[in-house]
Ligand binder design. Structure first.
Ligand SMILES: C[S@@+](CC[C@H](N)C(=O)[O-])C[C@H]1O[C@@H](n2cnc3c(N)ncnc32)[C@H](O)[C@@H]1O
Length: 427
């Protein structure tokens, strides 16, 4: 049977229209490689022990977990939580999710934006345990008096910075504390006041630059960004450092008469925030996020020199300069060390052709660990030849090594794109 070639074309057109034929790239966009492999994973890592404890508490009291996502958008928070894995699971175990369907009682997502809520509802309308409601969280806790309290009050990716005035954030936390029956966890996520991305906004006087004019310019590449400069969307977002977060929480504790105990503060995306690439608020910022995205991109060879951070200090901020200088030195040392390993490794003999430089005496433990691992990675995979070992194995591992270094050396002071605080309320 002969067929007309044109008759076959609708099948391809259909596939294109479905969007499923689109080329997936982790180099740009909301869900770039840094978002998926660094930001989501780091958030999960910090949350894991607390989610584990909540689930165990629920099991002990023979009920299921209830989650309220404040500012849920299209429910990325659910995806994030559902992806928290049990680290102790054995390699043979297949079911490793913490939040299994049987333990989830309710996930309620609240947001002010109707379009995002519609997107969330479309994605999850098959799951009756997921509900979405439109509400403004600056007007108080969007929970009806008849509703059972929640176990986890969650917000992600800078959402708490939509509280431009501390009063509404304090009120929200106060109400959460009052509504907690016995135990709950609150996950707060702000924009870090002292991120290198917006070094021009740093201040010693915390009454200055409380909210920043945050341009959503990073979703475009450089050329398009400049072409669309006048039509870019702006958000007014609160910048928060550790001290400010502590003040907010202490005031909510005082008003509710209930202890809101900080369990952990951490800085997320210290050199890899989205505005590193735009340089919109710091002309010295380098496109480090682009470089890290490239490290994790399959089949793409990264020019390792693009990963080198040349931190430019700002006078009158010695404490911050010291922290960033040290972190940059650690980061750069790992990059240079791996470049050296690649240069020295001989694929034929599967050995290094010369001595590998020792780390400096003052090298912190996480960096030492990263160097040891990277040597093993290059030795173990550098000889494969076929399948692009550098692009698809070694560079990805370098990405994880850098992630390890910044995660271990961050101090939770508001020096990353995001400052996250995890709190416990126990009555
Ligand atoms: C940075 S996005 C984060 C969205 C989502 N949580 C995520 O992780 O991708 C902030 C979200 O907060 C929502 N939002 C902003 N102000 C709000 C308010 N006053 N009440 C409720 N939601 C708000 C926005 O619509 C947006 O979906």
């Amino acid at each position: 049977m002969t067929t007309n070639a044109n008759d076959q074309m609708p099948a391809y057109s259909e596939a294109v229209k479905s969007g499923l034929y689109a080329k997936k790239s982790g180099l740009t966009g909301k869900y770039d490689n840094v978002r998926r492999l660094w930001e989501d994973e780091i958030t999960r890592e910090h949350l894991r022990p607390h989610l584990q404890k909540l689930i165990e508490n629920c099991r002990q009291s023979m009920r299921r977990i209830r989650i309220l996502d404040l500012g849920c958008g299209s429910a990325d928070g659910y995806e994030l939580l559902a992806g928290v894995r049990d680290r102790d699971a054995s390699l043979q175990a297949f079911e490793v999710d913490l939040l299994t369907p049987d333990i989830l009682g309710l996930y309620k997502g609240v947001d002010l934006n109707a379009d995002l809520l519609r997107q969330a509802a479309d994605l999850y309308d098959a799951n009756p345990k997921m509900v979405f409601e439109q509400a403004d969280f600056t007007q108080g806790l969007p929970v009806a008096p008849s509703e059972e309290p929640y176990d986890l009050y969650f917000s992600s990716f800078g959402t708490c910075s939509h509280h431009n005035e501390d009063e509404s954030m304090i009120r929200l936390l106060t109400e959460i504390a009052e509504r907690t029956k016995r135990y709950s966890i609150v996950h707060c996520d702000w924009l870090g006041r002292y991120s290198y991305e917006w070094q021009s906004l740093w201040t010693h006087d915390l009454s200055e630059h409380r909210n920043m004019d945050y341009v959503v310019s990073y979703i475009y590449d450089k050329t398009e960004r400049e072409a669309r400069r006048d039509e870019l969307q702006h958000l007014n977002l609160r910048l928060v450092c550790r001290q400010e977060a502590e003040n907010i929480v202490a005031e909510a504790s005082r008003r509710s008469g209930v202890g809101i105990r900080p369990l952990r503060y951490y800085d997320r995306s210290v050199f890899t925030g989205r505005h590193m690439d735009t340089g919109d608020y710091n002309r010295q910022a380098q496109p480090i996020r682009t470089a890290v995205n490239s490290l994790h991109e399959m089949n793409m060879r990264t020019d390792l020199s693009t990963l080198m951070v040349d931190y430019v200090p700002r006078s009158e901020f010695p404490f911050l300069n010291q922290y960033y200088e040290h972190l940059a030195a650690c980061w750069n040392f790992v990059v240079q060390h791996v470049a050296k390993l690649l240069e020295l490794f001989d694929e034929e003999s599967r050995e290094f052709s010369g001595p590998i430089p020792d780390p400096p005496v003052a090298c912190p433990e996480p960096v030492r660990k990263a160097l040891i691992r990277m040597k093993k990675v290059v030795e173990g995979t550098g000889w494969y030849g076929r399948g692009l070992p550098r692009e698809n194995i070694i560079e990805q591992q370098l990405g994880y090594a850098l992630r390890h270094v910044v995660t271990e050396l961050q101090q939770g002071q508001g020096c990353g794109h995001g400052l996250v605080g995890i709190f416990e309320i126990e009555k």
